[in-house]
Design a protein around this ligand. Structure first.
Ligand SMILES: C[S@@+](CC[C@H](N)C(=O)[O-])C[C@H]1O[C@@H](n2cnc3c(N)ncnc32)[C@H](O)[C@@H]1O
Length: 335
């Protein structure tokens, strides 16, 4: 070994990625096993291990990792939830995001096949169908991160305040349908989605006692009629299709009344396609799922709206480091 000059760079960017990967999986294991739910009251590691039928030695080490990460407090030999863990990771709370953790870290099966997919392309050619955990995860993501900023923008739109009929296209769980109906009680809100998702949305919206305020329409917006006479069509995290979106946007345009608006809320890329980082990672992830998926740039969304006939296109930047959503809206001008 010969002495080297001290390096002028360090490996921090690489270290950050590899260690986060490990801790993300450890957090996911804790969520999957309901550890935060069980540690709302203090317990010793061996007591918890016995309760969930796990190996006591590795359980204790996992609890130490969670304590080192600020998610558990260790006092003497006992562990209990930190305030953050109790708020977001103990089941039953209003702010629970355990399903969001599960779908974000649980996508590792696809990432485990990354090399293979990079060589051969994605195996799934069709569109993705969402299961219950994914739908709950999407709802938790909306409630925890985006609902407030998105609704702040929408509530300030004069076109929303005067809307009588609103469509939440690809509304999924229905969090946005609920918020739209609550923020404009004189409007009639319809949620459009695939039949199996509509079943979930009905159940989810009923928990908020809003099921009699929202109309449900099941179908495939590529093939079926989405209705007409809307004053606003809201589309959130739906248009991640890499195929031609012109026909979907044209369909939305035709479904609107004159002076009606379309509001698109998506994770979008900047023109360079290398920022913001979370959108860039999501763009790759989507393309691993299927050839049909990918993210779009803000300019692409603007161009799509203009091509579909919309005018007065406006952009609202509501990006945060973890949730890089942008809103792009367009107006159907009276001809
Ligand atoms: C990621 S979820 C978004 C849910 C919600 N809008 C949000 O922002 O969290 C996408 C939704 O679009 C729906 N969707 C995608 N393509 C569709 C199609 N062709 N017809 C009807 N719904 C569709 C999916 O079923 C899913 O519920």
């Amino acid at each position: 070994m010969h002495c080297q000059e001290p390096l002028k760079v360090n490996s921090k960017p690489i270290d950050d990625i590899i260690y986060r990967y490990r801790t993300a999986h450890m957090l996911n294991a804790a969520v999957e096993n309901g550890i935060f739910t069980k540690l709302t009251f203090p317990k010793k590691a061996h007591q918890l291990a016995e309760e969930i039928n796990h190996d006591p030695r590795t359980t204790e080490k996992l609890l130490n990792v969670l304590a080192a990460s600020g998610l558990l407090i260790k006092s003497g030999e006992e562990y209990h939830d930190s305030y953050e863990a109790q708020t977001f990771l103990a089941e039953g709370g209003h702010n629970y995001i355990g399903n969001l953790v599960r779908i974000t870290v649980g996508c590792s099966t696809l990432l485990d096949r990354l090399n293979d997919i990079l060589k051969k392309g994605p195996a799934l050619q069709d569109e993705l169908d969402f299961d219950r955990v994914q739908l709950l995860g999407h709802a938790e993501g909306a409630l925890c991160e985006e609902l407030g900023p998105v609704m702040d923008v929408i509530k300030n739109m004069a076109e929303f305040t005067r809307s009588k009929r609103i469509l939440d296209l690809g509304g999924g769980h229905g969090v946005y349908s609920i918020a739209l109906a609550q923020s404009n009680p004189s409007s009639s809100v319809a949620l459009f989605d695939r039949p199996n998702i509509i079943e979930f949305a009905k159940e989810f919206i009923a928990k908020y006692e809003m099921d009699d305020k929202i109309r449900f329409i099941s179908g495939d917006f590529n093939a079926d009629d989405i209705g007409t006479g809307y004053d606003m069509v809201f589309v959130s995290h739906v248009l991640y299709l890499s195929c031609d979106l012109n026909s979907v946007l044209r369909k939305i345009y035709n479904s609107l009344n004159d002076d009606g608006i379309v509001v698109l809320n998506h994770w979008m890329l900047d023109d360079c396609r290398t920022s913001p980082k979370v959108s860039v990672i999501f763009d790759l992830y989507l393309s691993l799922v299927s050839k049909k998926y990918g993210c779009h740039t803000i300019s692409e969304f603007v161009e799509l709206l203009i091509n579909a006939g919309f005018g007065d296109v406006r952009i609202f930047d509501i990006r945060t480091p973890h949730s890089p959503s942008m809103i792009v809206m367009g107006l159907k001008k009276k001809r």
